[in-house]
Design a protein around this ligand. Structure first.
Ligand SMILES: [Fe+2]
Length: 345
């Protein structure tokens, strides 16, 4: 059955596929750039998606303007009620409400993403195709043996992915389905949001110029509200005011430990992807079969890739055919069935 097969290995190593993905997927997608607090201390932050650079300009605490650097046009963006900003990179993208499923906003509205201040941004290259990393994110069969520390905190006895259009929600443990900690979201094609371990991270798997290159970008958000409340109570008992430095210090309590934990998970995935990509390039693997239950996240997003790329390919082939006919003066048939020579009056 074709629907449970992976994308062929060639889709991860063929430059023409990346080029067509840019037209079929990247120019028509929406990207999560972060919560409004991401831009609290910087007026302008640049993002690059598939060769297109957009600049997020902070207008006020609740407003941003996003422009494409190459031509200065303003691109469409969307700010959710609880503070997440999504952007497009090209006017060819559909409206937000058409691109994402109607279930997304009610889900995002259950979390206040402005609560945790931005602490750190990381960006570094990876020698793998963007889909190699998304494949890994969209399943957790590898978690038990790759992320040992993570598996202790979030035992892989329960793991489920719920796909809905261009989003996938991951449930690492059934205890977290209703809790505030443990929200894992994938936004097709390359953005994620991960609220766990007391902090929040968002990463983007940005495709490089070459099919086997990627740039990983991470943003980390963190606030230890419990520690702030404790020092506040102490200060009140001592009859004195808290200083800003004391609040900041308490808010960062535990950040190093959180950061070490999430970075470890990220590097474990990174190493796995570099090995997987090198195997793909050496021809070790051509095409596999996916487990429809445990790998439904991979199956779903790969289906979106396949569908969009095939549609684009067919459309471009048709345009090419029409262009050839036009150049050769071959008559085509109009709606009424009468022959029409293209280019003639
Ligand atoms: Fe992983």
């Amino acid at each position: 059955m074709d629907s449970v097969r992976t994308l062929p290995a060639s889709w991860f190593i063929n430059q023409n596929i990346l080029d067509i993905e840019k037209r079929a997927i990247f120019l028509r997608s929406w990207y999560l750039v972060g919560p409004t607090v991401r831009f609290a201390n910087e007026n302008d932050v640049d993002y690059e998606f598939a060769g297109v650079v957009v600049r997020v300009h902070r207008v006020s605490e609740t407003e941003v303007r996003i422009t494409r650097k190459s031509d200065g046009i303003q691109v469409a963006h969307y700010l959710t009620a609880t503070g997440l900003i999504f952007t497009t990179i090209d006017p060819g993208a559909p409206p937000f409400a058409e691109y994402f499923p109607p279930t997304l906003l009610p889900l995002l509205d259950t979390h206040d993403f402005r609560r945790l201040p931005h602490r750190r941004r990381l960006s570094y290259p990876g020698r793998f195709n963007w889909k190699t990393m998304v494949d890994g994110y969209q399943e957790c069969l590898h978690c038990q043996y790759t992320h040992r520390e993570f598996s202790v905190m979030y035992p892989p006895t329960f793991y489920a992915v719920k796909n809905d259009g261009t989003t996938s929600r991951h449930f690492a443990d059934e205890r977290y389905t209703e809790a505030k900690d443990g929200l894992f979201m994938y936004f097709f094609p390359i953005c994620t949001l991960n609220l766990y371990g007391g902090g929040m991270s968002s990463f983007r798997v940005c495709p490089g110029e070459k099919v086997g290159d990627t740039r990983m970008e991470f943003d980390y958000y963190y606030l230890n509200q419990k520690a702030i409340d404790t020092v506040k109570a102490q200060a009140t008992a001592e009859g004195r005011e808290l200083t800003d430095e004391e609040v900041e210090k308490a808010g960062l309590e535990g950040f190093d430990e959180y950061f070490r934990f999430v970075r470890r998970v990220a590097m474990e995935d990174f190493d796995l992807c570099e090995v997987a990509q090198s195997n793909l390039e050496r021809g070790v693997y051509c095409q596999g079969v996916l487990n429809g239950a445990k790998e439904n996240g991979v199956l779903h997003y790969q289906g979106l890739v396949r569908e969009r790329v095939m549609q684009q390919f067919k459309m471009e082939q048709e345009q090419e055919r029409l262009g050839c006919e036009e150049r050769a003066g071959v008559p085509a048939f109009g709606h009424n069935g009468r022959a029409v020579v293209r280019g003639s009056a």
